[in-house]
Write a protein that binds this ligand. Sequence first.
Ligand code: TXA
Ligand code: MG
Length: 329
Amino acid sequence: MIISEEQAVIILKQDGVVALPTETVYGLACNAKSKTAIEQVYKIKNRPADNPLICHFSSMDEILKEVITPADFVLALMKILSPGPVSYLLNLKPNSLLRAATAGSNKVVARIPDQENFLRMLSLLDFPLAAPSANTSGKVSPTNASMVEYDLGNKIDGIVDGGNCIIGLESTILDCTNKNKIVILRPGAIGKKEIENLLVQLELNVTVIENIISNEVTPGTKYRHYSPVTPVYKINDIHSHSFSANETLILVLQQLDEHKHFINELIQKGVMILNLGSLTEMEKIASQLFVNLKMLDEQKSVAAFMLPIDWGTSSIGMAIANRLSKVIL
Ligand code: TXA
Ligand code: MG
């Protein structure tokens, strides 16, 4: 059910759970300090109880009320990158009520979303919003309101429709709890290169490390993510699988052009073609990626196959490759 921002604010104040748009993906939001509301989010998503929830704030000042003051380089980066698609793992103050959202952890992942509906609602609330992606645990993250409705519509108190998410991939998560280094725990639209460039501009001598997975913090790695119901397999060559009707070939525009004639034959056989878009427009591919993956299920495709794709070395390309690697069996 689509609801207005005003209705969502009332529901959130009463410990309800609503889906809200952000620039990355839709979030399943509730009062981050309310144990009752947080419990509902875990139940609705069927999320393992030890997987903490990311918290959303209206400003840096609001974040700093809850966390032990991070290093100066972290503050400098936050000033530039937030609001935006970047989240920061920070140490909580000893008495912070956000432990309700962090599954008891002394650290919180915090972010300021760059989305007008979300920011307006935060400005009307006197608490931060816990909001994991608004999907059943293990499913593809939703990037429009109808995807949320399809997956969780009958379990939640409403959806604020903010249209399509501009970025379409979840935020980059940076571990900012170290003195002289930043660890990228989850790749996203803003990556190592962008962060390193900013640090150089700011004349800060900080190392950026990618994806070091410790036992303690494992965002997006411990649990399987982003899976459509349709199984997706990798094939090395378009001829290495003999396609049947109701199967899908996933590719990019460049591959579609390269294998035009063979693909026409496949289409005549009843094989579905899922074109992710052109490699020259990676931002567009990212923003449509989860909608496209969802299409596999909507079209009741029995299996999907994907050719190797060179996603290059841009941050957005690497983030797309990361999400697809979690989809492929
Ligand atoms: O773009 C995003 O980050 C979206 C939008 C809605 O903001 N949210 C999102 O939430 O992707 P979620 O829960 O699907 O992914 C957050 C990841 C999870 O893998 C979780 O394990 C990790 O962040 N995480 C959250 N809090 C954490 C904490 N205190 N310590 C370690 N990992 C944490
Ligand atoms: Mg998620």
